[in-house]
Design a protein around this ligand. Structure first.
Ligand SMILES: Cc1cc2nc3c(=O)[nH]c(=O)nc-3n(C[C@H](O)[C@H](O)[C@H](O)COP(=O)(O)OP(=O)(O)OC[C@H]3O[C@@H](n4cnc5c(N)ncnc54)[C@H](O)[C@@H]3O)c2cc1C
Length: 469
């Protein structure tokens, strides 16, 4: 056997599963077709950690509730930005009032603590800048925001330091059941393994022994557009909690502070939303937001399938995680714990004695006092060379994020690890400099540096014979 366990796909679920299983004496690999882990969460550097109180599906609510507590512990252990800021789901009319009362009683039945129904006066106390028109709200003190990529990379780095082999740029083509395990064929290799954990979202073939080809269909959950608006800096009368306001059956708006202090507005809408309409809807919650406050707008597909750990083939050594959901990051650690339980039993795996539950240190100049920063710069002057002026990110941080285990190999990889390029200039000042550092550190030609995936070259060639691009 090449591996005891092959984890297919390198998203947040795979990283969390890899981390949990790295505590055991197992030979494990993660196979990811792209250059990096957790590509799905690239657009935003802030994710909401839900607590299960607003979720109608009991299974998802339970996973959210367990996941949110596991995320809190993990963030504290691995020094990941995490802020428990709480959330308010507002009610303006009778219909929404019935809904939040129902959510409240379901949350109580589910044993979710720190959730209350509050009236107008309490809303005003908690969020004084909110427009004065709401009669009641569901208030949860549990809801938090985190830097999602940091969570995924922390799981992956610790898993890698504890022996999990991350194989990038390998696309899984087929999985074939053999007498004692599986043959997994990629575009580069063929592996034998005892156990497969498949987290690849879309269709994949499973060749059973009897040669029946099963095609697992793409999820068919409700798909609507989720539009994200990002502000730059503090908007006048900005809010400190995560605010949800339902507009009609198809539209809702969530306003949330971001880890870096900006505001993120998420609008679920039936169709594509243009910026003017987006601002109009946002003004229902943030009346002072103007077009000039918006630094970026992106659109995603809104997904709300039930996420399932399909272990119907566990006896033959196969688990698949199915479904796309807007809160999947929250539930990823709960999924990982659950899979670990099932697999460790099945393989009778023993705990590693030398497991190191620690992430290698890194320095963030922008979060340091001047004195501390100067100490670091004395040791390595690259920490004094600021590359991203918007977010104050130094050359030292960029070099470290490339040289670390599972280091960045792409422009997006550097951006997600350090925050360089997430600023107001959208990378127009630092992109060329980051590309030069990547090329230097990886001993590559700058022309070969990509944005994220294989075919995403940024520079296509020289137009003049300069020594540097
Ligand atoms: C914009 C946005 C905002 C979100 N906000 C939140 C939030 O606030 N809170 C929250 O809890 N959740 C949030 N989510 C949800 C959550 O981040 C995602 O659902 C989650 O990252 C999905 O993780 P995954 O591991 O299941 O799948 P993926 O990240 O999709 O991972 C699957 C991996 O498999 C790889 N792959 C595919 N095919 C193959 C193949 N054949 N061979 C090898 N590899 C393959 C892919 O490249 C990918 O890396 C958000 C998602 C998005 C997109």
């Amino acid at each position: 056997m090449d591996y005891d366990v092959l984890i297919l796909g390198g998203g947040i679920v795979a990283c969390a599963v890899g981390y949990e299983l790295s505590k055991y004496n197992l030979n494990i690999a993660v196979i990811e077709k792209d250059y990096d882990v957790a590509d799905d969460i690239a657009v935003v550097n802030t994710a909401i950690v839900y607590d299960g109180s607003e979720t109608s599906n009991a299974l998802m609510a339970g996973l959210e509730n367990i996941g949110s507590e596991l995320i809190r512990e993990t963030c504290s252990k691995f020094n990941i930005p995490y802020r428990k800021i709480g959330s308010l789901r507002l009610s303006l009319d009778e219909k929404e009032d019935i809904k939040i009362r129902n959510m409240y009683s379901v949350a109580k039945d589910r044993g979710i603590l720190n959730v209350e129904l509050i009236d107008k006066q309490k809303i005003k106390e908690i969020e004084p800048e909110l427009v004065d028109e709401y009669d009641s709200a569901l208030y949860s003190k549990n809801t938090a925001i985190i830097a999602p990529y940091d969570l995924a990379i922390a799981y992956a780095e610790v898993a890698s330091d504890n022996g999990v082999n991350f194989r990038f740029e390998e696309e899984v083509l087929t999985i074939k059941k053999i007498s004692k395990g599986f043959d997994v064929t990629t575009n580069k290799n063929k592996f034998k393994c005892k156990f497969v954990i498949n987290t690849i979202p879309d269709e994949i073939y499973i060749d059973e022994e009897d040669e029946v080809k099963e095609i697992i269909p793409e999820d068919n959950g409700v798909r609507k557009s989720m539009n994200y608006l990002f502000t730059e800096g503090k908007v006048e009368k900005s809010l400190s909690k995560i605010i949800t306001k339902v507009i009609d059956d198809d539209t809702f708006i969530i306003s949330s502070p971001m880890i870096n202090g900006d505001t993120m507005i998420c609008i679920k809408y039936t169709d594509k939303l243009n910026i003017d309409r987006g601002i109009e809807i946002t003004n229902l919650v943030l009346p002072k937001l103007k077009k000039c406050n918006v630094s970026d707008m992106v659109r995603e597909v809104y997904k709300k399938d039930e996420v399932l750990i399909d272990d119907s083939k566990i006896d033959s050594g196969y688990i698949r995680v199915t479904g796309k959901h807007y809160g999947k990051l929250t539930i990823a650690p709960a999924i990982a714990k659950s899979i670990k339980g099932r697999l460790v039993n099945s393989l009778n795996a023993s705990l590693k004695k030398n497991f190191i539950d620690k992430r290698r240190e890194s320095y963030r100049i922008r979060e340091m006092t001047r004195e501390d920063a100067n100490e670091i710069i004395k040791l390595d002057k690259r920490y004094g060379n600021i590359i991203c002026a918007c977010n104050n990110i130094s050359e030292g941080e960029i070099v470290d994020c490339i040289r670390r285990p599972l280091g960045a190999r792409t422009l997006e990889g550097v951006k997600k690890r350090t925050g360089a390029g997430f600023g107001s200039c959208h990378g127009s000042y630092c992109t060329r400099k980051i590309m030069s550092i990547l090329a230097r550190e990886m001993d590559k030609n700058i022309i070969d540096i990509v944005k994220d995936s294989n075919d995403s070259n940024i520079v296509y060639g020289r137009i003049k014979e300069f020594d540097e691009v």
